[in-house]
Design a protein. Structure first.
Length: 496
């Protein structure tokens, strides 16, 4: 590799990072949007290039400033994080296509260029978390993405957006602190922050109390960031009261990146044998995951605000992902990664569709949405496609996720988990049906004026995301092949 291709790992983070101050200096919303949109497109192209290079040449290493690890910071790209980079950057680009009309409707003038500045910083942080090969750098990028997320949520028009942002700040700070304490303990015991060095040095000292404590702190901190039950309390309000663009982007990416970091530390740095045989991580993850599958869906059933309904649905879907991780097998990890990808698509489509509805009627409550299926047919088609994918209906991406998860459970001999997955999916049918009933079978509220279809600038990206849920339910090669390759890389040893 030579020329520009050799510097793609650095450009993956540098381009959106430089876009943030340029948005601030632009001072105008239109110019700021153009800057961050171009940066996101370049980030997507870069992620695609890195994914191709990892398939062709294997793992890529990029020492920043020419300082070789462990003295310098190293960016490392393999199939596992190339998969995450591609998801985050692609979702960002599609959501930004959707953003201008939505932002004009929801963000006060004078703050819109600041919104795009924060969006670029959030994108930078999420991409940086995925690409770095340095444990402390994970914390740095985690804080960049988190701090910008707090600001993005606070920009929501509802007064409760400030409370939601503050709650997220408190919980997020606790999670980040736990993670940092764990990394500090590892540094104290190994003298390095480089992930490859940590992977080599930890086995010799893994029975020491500082390493055991580090593992506990890191696991809990990342579980909080990923909103794993019962550490999910920040998530419903954060998704419900954020601007619709922010809900779509964060719901599709932020928790997924935290789950990737949990995968990376558990399987690569500490090792599956240490985590699942020497320590009881199997049950520590399995029990909350199963409870999340039911508690999240059960809570969603009783929500009248559809954004909160989808937020609690995310708690359940995170349970499915963590269930795959808890199986601690190549099939389970592959299923988790496939669902990370597919859940990102379905939640982006659903929140974008809700943003289209909010743009027209100013509400996403079930009673306000009555009869909209006949007035906004294209937006509703996208909402239905996303809802069916959420349920796991055949020919949708969600079906592929659950199929591989069930296969992994059968492979592990845990047939009772298959029963629980199916039963929890039945709960999802209830709240999705409540939504469809309101859209298509309830009469239009008295006094509501005729509602026009969403603007094309919002509708087309929403339909693109909805179409992706169908396409990846039919052609599974990209997510399945990348996820299976990533699972092979992450798992150094089969333990069952």
């Amino acid at each position: 590799m030579s020329g520009l291709a050799a510097h793609l790992p650095a450009l993956q983070v540098v381009v959106p990072l430089f876009a943030a101050p340029l948005c601030l200096l632009a001072g105008r919303a239109g110019l700021a949007w153009l800057i961050v949109f171009v940066a996101s497109c370049l980030a997507t192209a870069t992620a695609a290039g890195l994914a191709y290079q990892t398939f062709q040449h294997g793992t890529l290493s990029y020492p920043l400033g020419g300082w070789a690890a462990p003295w310098g910071i190293e960016y490392v790209v393999d199939t596992a994080n190339a998969f995450i980079l591609l998801l985050v950057s692609a979702i960002s680009t599609v959501v930004l296509m959707y953003a201008p009309a939505s932002v004009d409707r929801e963000i006060r003038q004078g703050r819109r260029h600041l919104f795009y500045c924060m969006f670029a910083l959030c994108l930078t942080g999420l991409l940086g978390i995925a690409i770095t090969g340095d444990a402390f750098n994970v914390f740095v990028f985690l804080e960049i993405s988190s701090l910008s997320s707090y600001a993005l949520i606070a920009l929501g028009g509802h007064r409760k957006a400030l409370t939601a942002s503050f709650q997220y700040l408190v919980m997020g700070t606790i999670g980040a602190t736990f993670f940092l304490i764990g990394v500090g303990l590892l540094y104290m015991m190994t003298g390095t922050l480089n992930m490859a060095d940590l992977q080599a040095r930890i086995p010799a000292i893994q029975d020491s109390r500082p390493v055991l404590a580090a593992f506990a702190f890191i696991t809990v901190g990342l579980a909080l960031k990923a909103a794993l039950f019962p550490l999910h309390l920040w998530l419903p309000n954060a998704y419900a009261y954020a601007p619709n663009v922010v809900s779509a982007f964060i719901a599709a990416t932020a928790t997924k990146v935290s789950l990737y970091v949990l995968l990376r530390f558990t399987f690569t740095i500490f090792g599956a044998k240490f985590a699942f045989l020497d320590l009881p991580l199997h049950w520590v993850l399995l029990v909350p995951a199963v409870i999340a599958m039911f508690a999240g869906s059960f809570s969603a059933i009783f929500q009248r605000d559809v954004k909160r309904m989808l937020a609690y649905s995310s708690v359940a879907q995170i349970g499915y992902i963590v269930l795959g991780i808890a199986l601690s097998s190549a099939a389970g990890v592959a299923a988790a990664l496939i669902h990370i990808f597919n859940h990102g698509l379905m939640k982006a489509a659903l929140f974008c569709a809700l943003g289209c509805i909010f743009h027209r009627i100013g509400s996403v409550r079930l009673e306000a949405m009555a009869g909209l299926g006949r007035e906004m047919p294209w937006t509703m088609a996208a909402l239905v496609a996303g809802g069916f994918s959420l349920l796991g209906v055949p020919l949708t991406a969600g079906f592929i996720s659950k199929w591989y998860l069930i296969e992994a459970a059968f492979e592990a001999g845990l047939w009772w988990l298959v029963v629980l997955v199916v039963l929890s999916s039945m709960l999802a049918v209830v709240y999705v049906w409540r939504l469809l009933e309101a859209l298509y079978f309830k009469p239009v509220p008295e006094g509501r004026a005729a509602v026009a279809e969403a603007p094309l600038s919002m509708l087309l990206p929403t339909l693109l995301l909805a179409a992706a849920n169908i396409y990846f339910g039919l052609d599974t090669r990209l997510p399945v092949e990348m996820a299976q390759s990533a699972a092979t890389i992450l798992i150094r040893e089969q333990i069952w």
